[in-house]
Design a protein. Structure first.
Length: 237
C-alpha cells in the first residue's frame, strides 16, 4: 500500500498558526524560568551586601533587597501568624514590631516556631529587650492565603501575642494601634533574637516554567505530526 500527501487549505492554516504559537509560548516560559532562576539565586545568596536603610528609603527599595536597619524590638506586643507550615509541620511565624529612630515602625519576621498541638497553648516568644540594635534581612511582605476564607484578623481583645491568619497590614495596624511600614523585614538567620528562618524564594520553582516550555514545544511537535498523519491518504491503484 502506498500513501500520498493531500491536505486542504484549512489544515495548512491551522498548522501555520498553531506551531509558531506553541514555539513562541515555549520560549516565553523558558525566559520566565531563566529570570526566576536569577531571582532565586540572588535570594539564596548570603554574599549580597546589606544596604543601610532608613524608614524613608524602605518603601523605595525593591522587594527582597538585603538591608540593615537600626531598631528596637517591641517584646510586649507581638503577632503569631498561624497556618504556616515548614517541612510539612504546622506552626507560626513570629512578627515583632521594630521602632526606628525617626519613630516609624517596621514589622520584623523573626522566624518559624512549631505548633504545640493545642490551640490554647501558644509558643513562648518572649525575649529580653536590649534597646536599639542592628537588624539585617531581606525586604518581603506578609504571607498570602490561597483562599480569602483563610484570612483572620487579630482579635482586639485577645492577650499578646495575638494570633492572626494571613492578615493585611491594615488589620495589624489596627490591632497594634500605630501605623506600620508596608514591608516586612525577613530577618537573617544570624541577626537578632528569633527562630527558624528558612526563607524560600518567591513564586513557583523555575523548573515549573522550564517544564511548561517543554510542554509547549511538545504541542508544536504534536501539531506537526497530526498535520502529516491526518493528511496522508491511500494512493488509488
Amino acid at each position: 500500500m502506498s500513501l500520498r500527501f493531500a491536505s486542504r487549505w484549512y489544515w495548512w492554516l491551522a498548522t501555520a498558526v498553531a506551531v509558531p504559537l506553541f514555539i513562541s509560548l515555549g520560549f516565553w516560559q523558558w525566559h520566565r524560568g531563566d529570570h526566576r532562576r536569577e531571582v532565586w539565586d540572588a535570594f539564596a545568596s548570603t554574599d549580597v551586601p546589606a544596604v543601610e536603610a532608613t524608614a524613608s528609603s524602605l518603601a523605595r527599595l525593591p522587594r527582597y533587597t538585603r538591608v540593615q536597619i537600626n531598631g528596637e524590638l517591641d517584646a510586649t506586643r507581638q503577632f503569631l501568624l498561624e497556618n504556616i507550615s515548614h517541612a510539612g509541620a504546622p506552626g507560626y511565624e513570629v512578627l515583632t514590631v521594630a521602632a526606628l529612630a525617626d519613630g516609624s515602625r517596621l514589622l520584623v519576621n523573626r522566624g518559624w516556631v512549631p505548633f504545640s498541638g493545642l490551640r490554647e497553648q501558644l509558643p513562648d516568644v518572649a525575649f529580653a529587650t536590649t534597646g536599639p540594635m542592628p537588624l539585617t534581612g531581606r525586604l518581603g511582605t506578609l504571607p498570602v492565603a490561597g483562599l480569602a476564607s483563610g484570612q483572620v484578623a487579630p482579635v482586639a481583645s485577645a492577650p499578646w501575642p495575638r494570633v492572626a491568619s494571613f492578615p493585611s497590614f491594615e488589620q495589624l495596624e489596627l490591632a497594634y494601634g500605630a501605623r506600620l511600614e508596608s514591608v516586612v523585614l525577613l530577618l537573617d538567620a544570624a541577626s537578632g533574637p528569633g527562630y527558624l528562618r528558612d526563607w524560600q524564594a518567591p513564586g513557583v520553582s523555575p523548573e515549573r516554567n522550564f517544564g511548561y516550555a517543554i510542554q509547549w514545544w511538545s504541542f508544536a511537535l504534536l501539531a506537526i505530526c497530526l498535520f502529516i498523519g491526518l493528511n496522508l491518504k491511500k494512493r488509488n491503484a
